[in-house]
Design a protein around this ligand. Structure first.
Ligand SMILES: [Zn+2]
Length: 371
C-alpha cells in the first residue's frame, strides 16, 4: 500500500485503501456536483438534496474506480501474478501487483480488463438512466455513465503507464519479442501524451480557465513522472536481471563485539572508517546492528558508560540477504525499508555488506558498458 493512505477493507485477499489526496477529490466532486450538476439536471431540487446526491454520486464514482482496479487485480491473480493491494488516490487507482508479467498475453489481459470494466459500468448506468424516469436516479445514472466512459477512454490512451500504454507495450512486445524496446516505445508515447496534456492545460489557462487548465497540467505532470519512473524500473530490471547479491557484494566481515563501549565505537570505528552502521557479532553469529540512528537516541553523557549491546537493534530487526538472492530482490528490500545497507549472510555468518552505493555503481558500470 502507498504511504499516506488509510486502509479501508479487504476483498478476496486484496487490501483496499484510499490515499489522503483522494479525500480532496471526494470533496471536489461532491462540491461540483452539489452546486453545479444536480441543481441543473434536476430543476427545483432543494440545495441540501443536491449536496446529498453529490456525495452519493462521489461514492459511486469511488466504487466505479475500485471495480476497475479490482478487475486488474483479479485478472492478475488468474494469470498467476500476486495482487496485494489497491490504493485509490487523486488520479484514480493503483493496483499493487507483485512482479511484472512474464508474457505479453498476461500483460495485455491484465491491462485491458480495467477499461472494459469501466465500459460495462458505463453501459449499465446508461441503461438505468434510460429506464428510470425518477429525475434524481436518472441524473445520477447519467453522470456515472459519462464519467465511466471518460475513465475507460482516458485509460486507453496508448501511453505508459496508462492501461492503453500497457496494451501497446504488450502488443509491441509480442511482435518484437523485446520487452525493453516495447517499454521504450510505450514510455515515450506516455511522455508525448503527458506533453500534450500540459500544452492543452496552458491553452486553457490562456483562455482564462485557470482551475481547469491547472488541473490538466497537473495530470500531464503526473503522467510524465510515472512514464519516466516506469522506464527507469524496467532499465534497472533488465540490466540487473541475472545479477545475484554474491556477484557484487564486497567482502567486509568487520564487526564489533556486543561489549564494546559506545564511546569507543564512535571514536575508533565509526568516525575513522566513515561508517554509519556496523554489524554486531558474538561467537561467530550476527546478533544485531548498531546504527547512527541508534546512537543519536542516547544522551552524550551515557555514551561513556553504555555498551553496544544496550543500544543496538537486535537480530530480529536486521533484514539480511544471501549471496544467491537476485540483486533485484535486495534492491527492493533496500528501497522498501529505506536502508543504506544490508548485511549479506551465508548461514548465520556475515560475509559482507550490500550498500546502495555499490548497487548504483554496478548499474552505472553496466549502463556504460552496455552489458
Ligand atoms: Zn486501469
Amino acid at each position: 500500500m502507498l504511504s499516506n493512505s488509510i486502509r479501508l477493507f479487504r476483498v478476496a485477499g486484496i487490501d483496499v485503501g484510499v490515499h489522503y489526496s483522494w479525500l480532496v477529490i471526494f470533496g471536489l466532486v461532491t462540491y461540483s456536483l452539489g452546486i453545479g450538476f444536480f441543481p441543473q439536471a434536476v430543476p427545483g431540487l432543494p440545495a441540501a438534496e443536491a449536496w446529498i446526491l453529490g456525495a452519493i454520486a462521489a461514492i459511486l464514482l469511488f466504487a466505479s474506480v475500485l471495480l476497475h482496479e479490482l478487475a486488474h487485480s483479479f485478472m492478475a491473480k488468474a494469470r498467476g501474478l500476486d495482487a496485494r493491494s489497491i490504493t485509490l488516490f487523486i488520479f484514480g487507482g493503483v493496483s499493487n501487483l507483485a512482479g511484472e508479467a512474464k508474457q505479453p498475453a498476461t500483460e495485455f489481459l491484465v491491462a485491458i480488463v480495467g477499461p472494459l470494466t469501466s465500459f460495462v459500468i458505463s453501459g449499465v448506468a446508461f441503461f438505468v438512466a434510460t429506464s428510470f424516469t425518477e429525475p434524481r436516479v436518472e441524473a445520477t445514472a447519467s453522470y456515472l455513465a459519462v464519467i465511466n466512459l471518460l475513465l475507460a477512454v482516458f485509460n486507453l490512451i496508448p501511453g505508459f503507464p496508462l492501461d492503453g500504454g500497457r496494451v501497446l507495450r504488450s502488443i509491441v512486445w509480442s511482435i518484437t519479442g523485446n520487452l525493453r524496446r516495447a517499454t521504450d516505445l510505450a514510455a515515450n508515447m506516455g511522455k508525448l501524451v503527458a506533453y500534450g496534456f500540459m500544452a492543452w492545460g496552458f491553452l486553457r489557462i490562456l483562455e482564462r480557465d485557470f482551475l481547469g487548465g491547472a488541473w490538466i497540467i497537473l495530470i500531464g505532470w503526473f503522467l510524465h513522472g510515472a512514464a519516466s519512473s516506469s522506464l527507469d524500473q524496467v532499465v534497472l530490471d533488465t540490466r540487473l536481471r541475472r545479477v545475484r547479491v554474491g556477484d557484487i557484494v564486497r567482502p567486509d566481515t568487520f564487526t564489533v563485539p556486543p561489549g564494546l563501549p559506545v564511546a569507543q565505537l564512535i571514536e575508533e570505528v565509526l568516525l575513522p572508517a566513515n561508517k554509519r552502521a556496523v554489524p554486531v557479532q558474538h561467537d561467530g553469529q550476527l546478533i544485531g546492528m548498531v546504527t547512527l540512528s541508534d546512537l543519536v537516541k542516547i544522551p552524550a553523557e551515557r555514551r561513556l558508560t553504555a555498551r553496544v549491546e544496550e543500544v543496538m537493534g537486535g537480530r530480529k530487526g536486521v533484514i539480511t540477504v544471501r549471496p544467491a538472492d537476485p540483486l533485484a530482490h535486495a534492491i527492493g528490500l533496500l528501497s522498501e525499508h529505506d536502508f543504506e545497507q544490508m548485511p549479506v549472510l551465508e548461514g548465520e555468518r556475515l560475509i559482507g555488506m550490500l550498500t546502495r552505493a555499490d548497487v548504483m555503481h554496478q548499474l552505472h558500470l553496466r549502463e556504460a558498458l552496455d552489458v
